[in-house]
Design a protein around this ligand. Sequence first.
Ligand code: HEM
Ligand code: SF4
Length: 560
Amino acid sequence: MSVTTLSEVEERHSREAIEREIVRFEERIRELQSGTITPEQFRPFRLKHGTYGQRQPGFQMLRVKIAAGVLRPAQLRVLADIADEYSTGRGHLTTRENVQFHFVKLENVGAAMRLLADAGLTTREACGNTVRNVTACPVAGICPGEAFDVTPYALGVSRYLLRHPDFHDLPRKFKIAFSGCENDGDCAVAGIHDVGLIAQVRGSNGTPHRGFKVLVGGGLGSLPTTAAVLSDFLPEEELLPTIEAILRVFTETGNRKNKLLARLKFVLRAKGIEEFRRLVTEKRKVSEAPAETLAVPSPIKPSLVTIAPTPRSFSAAEPQSDPEYDRWAGHNLMFQRQAGYGAVWVKLPAGTFYSNQMRGLANVLEKNELTGVRIAVNQDLVIPWVPFDRVRAIYNGLRTLDLATAGARTISDVTGCPGATTCNLGITRPLTLADVLSRELNGYTDPEIQKLRIKISGCPNSCGHHHIADIGFYGNVRKVGEQQAPYYQLLLGGKVNADGVRFARQIMAVPARPIPAIIRELLAFYQQDRQAAAETFSAGVARTQDKTIKDWLLPLAEVT
Ligand code: HEM
Ligand code: SF4
């Protein structure tokens, strides 16, 4: 066993090392084009470098990893350049805090990689059987409920595992998420990841010690699985060695013959948590992780913070009242735990983000001396550290970019994967449905309804997180007469909170077209049927039989 030093870790990410990586990628493209290697030989290599095939032959999807979802203004501009020069003038924010570009030509991937490398970004290990983007709560560092800011740990783990020679050919993909607290349903959702880390502080001899609750083997896909608890409290200095040990156990025990049974959750199923814990403890003894806690400071945390009194409300200054601003502030602005600062949520329909908005947002940030933004798992953006006296200026700036839509974190803030618009496996088009729903469901004022989340996937794989939505949909098709008609499976009652993860239950298949009307009917049913004003939608769904819901919705679900 030889322990890796921090300088060895940094050497893996030097610009020279990255250039060699890009040159090698371009050589492989030439080998493919000259027939020296087959598309099948090229595929795993291409995936390891974040380049996915897409539905349209000849085009690639390029996935840019945004570690912990953190983006600086200069990086936003580079993403805008890639969108304009090599893609379709837009990017797509994903539920794993990546930014994806579609319709990229293979011969342009190297050039895009160079632009990204110069900006400190990469597509490396964004796809394929690798450690995928390490995600974190989008409000880490500012959230009133967090134990501590997990961002530096997420960035440290990401840096250590990226380009690690032992972990880019795993049995299957591997996803890690960091949460600041257990009530993380709207944040990092640790419990649906291969490794979920939840910040905890424990006292020992009167000194508080930072650490993490460690969850393992969670996942969605065709077999949604709640993670098991590996450790209730792992001290922070044990973080890297333990994650490394988990990866080594996975490397040795994961199923390399059947891709469908290869995720870590199947190792947990086969071995049970006790045996898995024993194996991890064994591997921990031979860990090569650096002895230091690798915490990378968040690049968007302001160095100078001036505490100011918190205003009682964000209503527009009288005498001119501005109901539109008030509505936006009511939904899209949250108080930080640091007095005098707020975080602004930017609602994006299913994560679609245009190049002019990327550049414009970079300008708004810099003009207001703000350090950056974060991508949220629900595909919104969060602008942290906005001094209260700048909120109105930010709002005005966002408005000119069409980025000041009210309704962030409400029922009209719909999550959706790209689906059949570009994805090979997609059956339906969640982007279209999400766009329609985000407009149609804007008018609800009932607080219980506003709290609901709608999430849509184009197939059962759950990239759009339909399993953990109050109202979830995944795409399928039905034969109607001689035609194939787009349908969705409706799922209800998913929830993630401090009590854990509850997956939504499948109710019925519904045609795509009347879904807005079906949702309105469902909400009317809930409002009529609720047993008390405070009964939540999820409690209502839990006590109502599938048949009752189906009977209510059936007239709308019949294709005419
Ligand atoms: C390029 C098209 C894509 C393909 C072929 C694909 C494939 C898959 C597959 C097969 C699964 C099931 C994993 C399993 O059960 O082992 C899955 C899950 C998932 N994917 Fe994708 N995906 C694609 C794009 C995306 C996008 C765009 C996002 C983000 C919006 C995403 C995020 C996720 C998430 C969050 C899950 C569920 C969590 C889990 O891994 O268990 N994927 N994907
Ligand atoms: S859920 Fe299905 S359609 Fe959507 S991105 Fe994932 S694999 Fe593609």
